[in-house]
Design a protein around this ligand. Structure first.
Ligand SMILES: Nc1ncnc2c1ncn2[C@@H]1O[C@H](COP(=O)(O)OP(=O)(O)O)[C@@H](O)[C@H]1O
Ligand SMILES: [Mg+2]
Length: 312
C-alpha cells in the first residue's frame, strides 16, 4: 500500500528527514513513533501531498507522490496533529460541509454522515456545536472528516495525544473498526507503548533517521536479547561477596557493564544471550558466592524507546 524510498526533506539547511525507507502492507496498522522533532509530521505531510519532499520516492497504492497528487489525494485520508475548528457548525453540518466539498450527493451525504458519526461514537453529538465538543471528541470528528472520501490509507498524526485513558481506549476501538473495514493505517505518537498495544508493526524515527522498522514482536525480541541479568545475593551477606562478584564479572569478557542497583543486587549487561548468562552464573556459583535469586529483566517498551532513541 505504501512504499517510501530515500525520502528526504530539508527546511533550509536543516535536515528534518534523512533518507527514510519504509513499506507498509495492505490492511496493516503501522505505528510511527519518535520523540518530538523526529520528523513524523514532516513525513506525513509529504504523504498527504501537503509538503514537497526535497528528494526521494513515495508511492501509495502504486500512485507516485509528487507526480500524480490529485490521484494520491483520493487514496489518502489525513488527520493533522493540529486542526482548525469551525465553531458555528454542528457536528453533522461539519461532516456534511466536507462531503459537499468532495462532490458527494445529498442523499448519499446524509447516510454517510450518520455512518461516520456512528463509527467515531458521536451519534448523540450530531446536533452539538463543534466548539462545545471535548478535545477527544473533536479529534474523533476530525477522523470522521478524514474518512469522508473513503480513502484506502489513513494517516493519523498523534490522534491520541492529550487523550485520557478512556478516550484512548475508544480510539483503539475505532482503529480496530478501521482495520476490519480493510483500511491501511499509519498512526504516529511520541509514546511507544500507546502504539505497540494496537499496531501490527512499528517504525521508530529519531532526528529524521530510521531506527527500527518491523513487527512489535521483532522489536521486543531485539531488545530482550539485550536484557540485563539481575543477580541478588543473600541479604546481610556484607560487602565482600558483592565485591568479589564485581571483580570476577569485570574479568569476564562476556560482561559489558555492571551496576549495583541495591545493596544486595547487581545488574549485569551481557554480550550475547542465554549462553552468556549461563556462563556468568556458572562462574559465580563456582566461587560459592551466596546467590539468592537471579533473573533477566525484560525491558518495558518505554525503556526500549528511550534506549534506541538515545543511541541514535
Ligand atoms: N516549517 C518548518 N520550518 C523549519 N523547520 C521545521 C518546519 N517544520 C518542522 N521543522 C523542524 O523539522 C523537525 C521535524 O519536525 P516534525 O516533522 O514536526 O517532527 P515530529 O512530528 O516528529 O515532532 C523539527 O526539528 C522541526 O523543528
Ligand atoms: Mg508532529
Amino acid at each position: 500500500m505504501l512504499k517510501i524510498e530515500g525520502l528526504t526533506r530539508y527546511y533550509g539547511n536543516f535536515l528534518a528527514l534523512d533518507h527514510l525507507n519504509l513499506s507498509i502492507g495492505d490492511g496493516e496498522l503501522h505505528g510511527f513513533v519518535g520523540p518530538n522533532g523526529a520528523g513524523k509530521t514532516t513525513t506525513m505531510r509529504i504523504l498527504a501531498t501537503l509538503l514537497p519532499a526535497s528528494s526521494g520516492y513515495a508511492e501509495i497504492d502504486g500512485v507516485v507522490i509528487g507526480k500524480d497528487n490529485r490521484k494520491a489525494r483520493t487514496l489518502v485520508g489525513y488527520m493533522p496533529d493540529f486542526f482548525g475548528v469551525y465553531d458555528n457548525l454542528k457536528s453533522w453540518e461539519y461532516l456534511d460541509f466536507y462531503a459537499r466539498c468532495y462532490g458527494i450527493r445529498k442523499k448519499d451525504r446524509q447516510r454517510m454522515t450518520e455512518q461516520l458519526l456512528e463509527l467515531v461514537g458521536l451519534t448523540d453529538k450530531r446536533e452539538a456545536y463543534v466548539n462545545s465538543l471535548s478535545r477527544g471528541m473533536k479529534q474523533r470528528l476530525c477522523l470522521a472528516h478524514a474518512l469522508i472520501h473513503d480513502p484506502k490509507l489513513l494517516i493519523l498524526d498523534e490522534p491520541a495525544s492529550g487523550m485520557d485513558p478512556r478516550a484512548r481506549a475508544e480510539m483503539k476501538g475505532i482503529l480496530r473498526s478501521l482495520k476490519d473495514m480493510g483500511k491501511t493505517v499509519l498512526i504516529s505518537s511520541h509514546i511507544l507503548p500507546e502504539l505497540s498495544e494496537m499496531c501490527d508493526s512499528l517504525t521508530i524515527l529519531d532526528h529524521g533517521k530510521l531506527i527500527f522498522s518491523g513487527t512489535v514482536e521483532a522489536l521486543a525480541l531485539k531488545m530482550n536479547g539485550d536484557a540485563p541479568l539481575d543477580i541478588r545475593f543473600t541479604s546481610g551477606c556484607g560487602e565482600r561477596p558483592i565485591d568479589r562478584a564485581v571483580t570476577l564479572l569485570k574479568e569476564n569478557p562476556l560482561v559489558l557493564g555492571i551496576t549495583q542497583e541495591e545493596p544486595n543486587m547487581l545488574r549485569v549487561r551481557l554480550h550475547g544471550e542465554e549462553a552468556a548468562c549461563a556462563d556468568v552464573l556458572r562462574m559465580l556459583m563456582r566461587e560459592e558466592l551466596p546467590i539468592a535469586d537471579f533473573h533477566r529483566a525484560p525491558m518495558n517498551l518505554e525503556k526500549v524507546f528511550m534506549e534506541v532513541t538515545q543511541n541514535a
